[in-house]
Write a protein that binds this ligand. Structure first.
Ligand SMILES: NC(=O)C1=CN([C@@H]2O[C@H](COP(=O)(O)OP(=O)(O)OC[C@H]3O[C@@H](n4cnc5c(N)ncnc54)[C@H](OP(=O)(O)O)[C@@H]3O)[C@@H](O)[C@H]2O)C=CC1
Ligand SMILES: N[C@@H](CC(=O)OP(=O)(O)O)C(=O)O
Length: 337
C-alpha cells in the first residue's frame, strides 16, 4: 500500500469530492495528509473518522510522501509540484498546467491506462469537457477511427469552483427580485443567461477551453490527425457539463452499432429513448461517476456522420473521480489492489 498520500487543494470544490471518494472507495494507504493555502492551514478536516489538521502547501512539505494528488489553480501546480517529484513522489495533477507538457502522461483510465503505468513523475488528469467527450469517442475510434468532431458544450457553473456556484445562486436571487448584481466569477451575469466564452482568447478566435478540447483529445487518443471544432458555452446550471457531439468516422457507424459500442464500454451508460423523453440531463447525472450518452442518431448532413448528446458530472468524472481512478490504477499495478 501507499505509505503517505497527500491531497493538495483539499479544501476546494474538486478537493472536497476527492475526499468523499477516498472515503467511499478506499485507496490502500497508511496515512493521509491534507494541504491547501495559508488561508485554510490550521483548519480541521475529518476523514475516515479522524480529525486531520490542514497543512500549508510549501516546497519542502513533501518529504516521506509517496503519492500526491493535487487539485489547485494552474500556477500553484506549476510552482509546487516539481518539488513533490524531486522528493520522490508520484504526482497526479488535476490542473491544466502540466497536461500538454512533453513527457507528462495525460490519462483517462478507461481510455489510456498504460500511459499512467509507464509514466515517471507527473500524471495529468484532463480538462473536464474533454474527459467526457473522449470517453464517448474512444469506442467509436477503436471501431471506425474518428476523423472529425464538432462539439458544443453547455457547461455548469461548478466548472470554475465554489465561486461559480455561489454567483449563480446569488445572481438568480437578485434577478428574481429585479435587482442588479455585481458579477465577478464570469465575464457577464450568468443567471438567466448563456455565455459563449470559457477561458481566455487563445488562437484563431477560439478560447483556451476550446483549444484544450482540440489538443488534449489528440494526446489522450494518441492520434494527431483527429480534427476537433469546439464551441464552449457556460450555462446557468449548477453542476454537470452537457455536450452535443457530431462525429465523422472513416466508415459509417449506424446508431444501432454505436449504441452497442457505447453500452459495452466501461464508464458509459446509455439513456436513449426519445419516444419516452428519456435522455441524460444534468439534474439526473449529478453525483454519478459515469459518462451518460443519449439522442444517438445519424448525422443527416454526412454519410459517415453520427450525432449524440453526452452529460457527465464535471466535478466527479470530469475531475475528482478521474484522478482517484488513476491513483487506484497505480495501486493495482504496484500492490495488486
Ligand atoms: N471544477 C471543475 O469542474 C474542474 C476543475 N479542474 C481543475 O481542478 C483545480 C481545482 O479546481 P476547483 O476545485 O474547482 O477550485 P477551487 O477554487 O474550488 O479550489 C482550489 C484549491 O486550491 C487551493 N489553493 C489555492 N491557492 C493555493 C495556494 N497558494 N497554495 C495552496 N493551495 C492553494 C485552495 O485552497 P484554499 O481553500 O486554502 O484557498 C483550494 O483547496 C483547478 O486547476 C481546476 O482547473 C479540472 C476539471 C474540472
Ligand atoms: N474550465 C472548466 C473547468 C476546469 O477547471 O478546467 P481545467 O481543469 O482545464 O482548467 C470549466 O470552467 O468548466
Amino acid at each position: 500500500m501507499f505509505n503517505t498520500v497527500a491531497l493538495v487543494g483539499a479544501t476546494g470544490a474538486v478537493g472536497r469530492i476527492m475526499r468523499q471518494l477516498l472515503e467511499e472507495r478506499p485507496l490502500p494507504a497508511k496515512t493521509f495528509r491534507f494541504l491547501a493555502s495559508k488561508r485554510s492551514a490550521g483548519g480541521t478536516i475529518t476523514f475516515r473518522g479522524q480529525d486531520h489538521q490542514v497543512e500549508e502547501l510549501t516546497k519542502d512539505c513533501f518529504a516521506g510522501t509517496d503519492l500526491v494528488i493535487a487539485t489547485t489553480p494552474d500556477e500553484i501546480a506549476r510552482d509546487y509540484l516539481p518539488s513533490a517529484v524531486e522528493a520522490g513522489a508520484t504526482v497526479i495533477d488535476e490542473s491544466g498546467y502540466w497536461r500538454m507538457k512533453e513527457g507528462v502522461a495525460l490519462v483517462i483510465p478507461e481510455v489510456n491506462p498504460q500511459d499512467a503505468i509507464n509514466a515517471k513523475g507527473i500524471i495529468a488528469s484532463p480538462n473536464c469537457s474533454t474527459t467526457q467527450m473522449v470517453v464517448a469517442l474512444k469506442p467509436l475510434h477503436d471501431a471506425a477511427k474518428v476523423k472529425r468532431v464538432v462539439v458544443s458544450t453547455y457547461q455548469a457553473v461548478s466548472g470554475i469552483g465554489l465561486s461559480g456556484t455561489k454567483e449563480l445562486e446569488e445572481g438568480t436571487h437578485m434577478h428574481l427580485h429585479g435587482q442588479p448584481y455585481n458579477y465577478t466569477a464570469f465575464k457577464h451575469p450568468i443567471a438567466f443567461n448563456c455565455i459563449p466564452q470559457i477561458g481566455g482568447e487563445k488562437e484563431a478566435g477560439y478560447t483556451s477551453e476550446e483549444m484544450k478540447m482540440v489538443y488534449e483529445t489528440r494526446k489522450i487518443l494518441g492520434d494527431e490527425s483527429i480534427l476537433v471544432c469546439p464551441t464552449c458555452v457556460r450555462i446557468p446550471v449548477a453542476n454537470c457539463h452537457s455536450e452535443t457531439i457530431a462525429v465523422e468516422t472513416e466508415r459509417p457507424i449506424s446508431p444501432e452499432e454505436a449504441r452497442g459500442l457505447f453500452e459495452s464500454f466501461p464508464g458509459i451508460k446509455v439513456v436513449d429513448d426519445i419516444g419516452s423523453s428519456m435522455y441524460p440531463m444534468p439534474l439526473n447525472s449529478t453525483g454519478s461517476d459515469l459518462v451518460y450518452v443519449g439522442r444517438i442518431r445519424k448525422d443527416l448532413s454526412h454519410p459517415n456522420g453520427l450525432s449524440f448528446w453526452c452529460v457527465s458530472d464535471n466535478l466527479r468524472k470530469g475531475a475528482a473521480t478521474n484522478a482517484i481512478q488513476i491513483a487506484e490504477l497505480l495501486a493495482k499495478h504496484r500492490f495488486g489492489k
